[in-house]
Design a protein around this ligand. Structure first.
Ligand code: GFB
Length: 326
């Protein structure tokens, strides 16, 4: 990581959190509430981020100094695998419109958010930033991965050609408040929370866990991520993207046991080999970030307990379907 010569302070800046209703965007809004800045948001009904003219008009009117690109079409392994056109087209359009539009209106700093699935399926573990484009991608999410690779390359290209101070960060699998609990489209943690809770309430004997339970994943609590993003935008200004993770991973089997423990479910785990495992392992090498002094602080179990509280509150408020199938 390059030397941190001068802090780029967010104080007094007009900051656009693109995707502020999503899990990452809402965590960023929570984190930026501690900063003396002006947060800008664009409602979905007013601006479709896939439409270039709408994005450019909004940017010309609101003129942010800083942009966080937290808007994306996202989902778990099944959604990625079954909706390749949405994951590729939506994400290419969103990032191209925002990055190009931000450059046109002279945004001072922009942070683009990718994903650990940008790396080759057979990348060395833990995965260093330099593993990008050294091998074939994991087929279940190559569409999303290609869009995210294009996004980080756009930031690099605008920096190289125009001197734009655009940076990119690649987090590991995220979870936390504001997650999507829909079983068809969610990631593994919200799915297991919803299914395990339904099994507990329904006195069921088992919970169905997709795949073999053997794949390993690294999970980052979303408020740790937003803290890292604010930290990076104020300090980092190099072309290379930066991994953000905890440096630790666990198997899906261990994860399912931990979720069961947090939720208080005493039944069995039933693995379903007809569902895809996806990448065997994707543990990020976080040396670059670690060397600069930023570290994740929320242990997985504590984060899962907070996520379960969020799930219960939203269930209580009628914001979630109550019949998550176990
Ligand atoms: O979280 P997840 O959908 O995403 O799945 P990926 C992680 C692992 O958990 C896979 C298993 O091995 C799943 O088979 N799993 C077990 C489950 N039970 C369930 C369940 O009920 N629901 C889900 N969803 N998984 C995504 C990519 O990959 O990760 C995206 O598709 C993105 O592009 C994201 O990069 C972070 O880690 O496999």
């Amino acid at each position: 990581m390059g030397a941190i010569d001068k802090l780029y302070s967010l104080k007094g800046k007009r900051i656009w959190v693109a995707g502020h209703r999503g899990m990452v965007g809402s965590a960023l809004v929570r984190r930026l509430a501690d900063v003396d800045c002006q947060i800008l948001t664009a409602e979905r009904a007013a601006v479709d981020l896939r439409r270039q003219a709408q994005v450019e008009d909004w940017l010309a009117e609101h003129r942010p100094d800083v942009v966080f690109v937290a808007a994306a079409t996202v989902g778990g392994i099944l959604a990625n695998d079954t909706r390749p056109a949405d994951f590729l087209y939506d994400n290419l359009a969103i990032e191209a419109n925002i990055i190009h539009g931000a450059w046109r209106v002279g945004v001072e700093k922009l942070l683009f958010l990718g994903s650990s699935c940008i790396y080759p399926r057979e990348a060395p573990q833990p995965i260093p930033e330099g593993a990008l484009l050294t091998g074939a991608l994991e087929p279940t999410n190559e569409w999303y991965a290609i869009a995210k690779i294009a996004g980080l390359k756009l930031c690099e290209a605008y920096r190289r050609q125009h001197g734009a101070r655009f940076i990119s960060a690649m987090p590991s699998n995220l979870y936390g408040p504001g997650d999507n609990y829909d079983l068809e489209t969610s990631h593994v943690i919200p799915a297991l929370i919803a299914k395990t809770h339904a099994a507990k309430i329904g006195n069921q004997r088992s919970v169905r866990v997709w795949g073999s339970g053997r794949p390993r994943r690294e999970f980052l609590y979303v408020d740790d991520l937003s803290d890292a993003l604010v930290w990076l935008i104020e300090r980092y200004d190099d072309p290379e993207h930066v991994n953000i993770g905890t440096g630790k991973d666990i198997t899906i089997h261990e994860l399912a046991e931990t979720v069961a423990d947090v939720v208080g479910f005493r039944g069995r785990l039933q693995f379903d080999p007809s569902m895809p495992d996806g990448t065997f392992r994707k543990l990020l090498d976080v040396t670059r970030l670690d060397a600069c002094g930023w570290r994740a602080k929320t242990p997985l179990r504590a984060g899962l307990a907070l996520a379960y509280v969020d799930f219960l509150q939203r269930l209580e408020a009628g914001q979630l379907a109550e019949d998550a199938r176990a």
